[in-house]
Ligand binder design. Structure first.
Ligand SMILES: [Zn+2]
Length: 335
């Protein structure tokens, strides 16, 4: 039982205080792309811990597996994992709840993915037919009075960057180049996928107080990461000036909500950040943080779940030997 309690504690610690800390850490703003990966690792930790709880709650299956795998004594294994209070009914209800939750999240993810893809396909067709081409085959100019720059992800050969004629008038050549670089960064880093994953998980867990800032933070960090890429090529002040010019514009046409654009969340904060501090490349320790966090998030839950069984390894043999002391020595086969 303590194993399930430990895993549930991990779920609430990662999804609550840790997510709260990550959302407020200045470090994330300095290393946005790494911070996005740490957010995904945190969410993976919550999901894997919950999945492990699910497997443990279906304890009949788990206990048989542990007895077989570690050659452990069944009553001792049962005491370690099952305890006495966990009636079968509770286990099955929890299992149903978790399976229902997982299925609901899968349905939300698939529906959102398909509806976004339909919207992107519609817009791609519109800009391919009515937009004018540029030197870059991915970039299209759309005749529109609203200054906007955004991308339509679609994979190889289907990625588009759209700028409106109003944005072209508004921005200098250098600002336009920085804007295009910002959009290329969104496409290259596949930010639309990362945002979709965060939105689906936040929809599922947010109402329970878990991972609440996840989607908002990933959206914000995706913008910072794209700003940094554009800054490396065209200078921070150019990106800040482009943002200032475009700041009041609608980021994307309605129907494409959630697609990465130049503007978006917290334009003021982004401009201040670009003016205040040089964009730093991810340092080696910060770069290692993401894989380390992911590793811990994925390994910790199964490690916690397996610990009692490992500690009871070969106890079945010990119990048999104990029984054999009271019986004639017929040579109970020991390994
Ligand atoms: Zn952007």
């Amino acid at each position: 039982m303590s194993v399930i309690a430990a895993l549930i504690a991990e779920v609430f610690l990662l999804g609550g205080p840790f997510a709260w800390w990550l959302a407020r850490s200045a470090w994330a703003g300095r290393h946005p792309q790494t911070a996005i990966r740490v957010w995904h690792a945190t969410a993976a930790g919550v999901l894997v811990s919950l999945a492990t709880v699910l497997i443990l709650v279906a304890h009949d299956v788990w206990e048989h597996a542990m007895v077989w795998l570690f050659h452990a004594d069944k009553p001792l294994i049962h005491a370690a994992y099952g305890g006495t209070w966990m009636a079968r009914g509770i286990g099955e209800a929890a299992l149903l709840l978790l399976l229902g939750g997982a299925s609901a999240m899968a349905v939300v993810a698939i529906r959102r993915f398909l509806s976004q893809r339909r919207a992107r396909d519609r817009f791609r067709l519109a800009v391919d037919t009515s937009g004018s081409e540029t030197d870059d085959p991915r970039v299209r100019v759309m005749d529109h009075e609203n200054p906007a720059a955004f991308c339509i992800p679609g994979g190889r050969g289907r990625d588009r960057i759209v700028i409106t004629t109003a944005a072209r008038t508004l921005l200098s050549a250098e600002q336009m180049a920085a804007t295009l670089e910002h959009e290329r960064a969104h496409l290259h880093l596949r930010h639309h996928r990362t945002i979709l994953a965060a939105e689906v998980v936040t929809t599922g867990f947010g109402p329970f107080g878990l991972l609440r800032p996840y989607a908002d933070q990933v959206r914000r960090l995706a913008e910072l990461a794209a700003d940094d890429r554009a800054s490396h090529a065209h200078g921070r002040l150019t990106v800040a000036a482009a943002l200032l010019e475009m700041g009041s514009a609608n980021p994307v046409p309605s129907g494409l909500d959630g697609m990465p654009a130049l503007t978006g969340p917290d334009v003021g904060g982004r401009i201040r950040r670009l003016i205040a501090a040089p964009a730093r490349r991810t340092s080696a320790p910060a770069g290692l943080l993401a894989p380390a966090a992911l590793l811990v998030a994925l390994i910790a839950p199964p490690a916690v779940a397996l610990a009692p069984a490992v500690l009871l390894m070969d106890t079945a043999h010990a119990q048999q030997a104990l029984g054999a002391d009271h019986a004639p020595a017929t040579g109970s086969r020991a390994r």
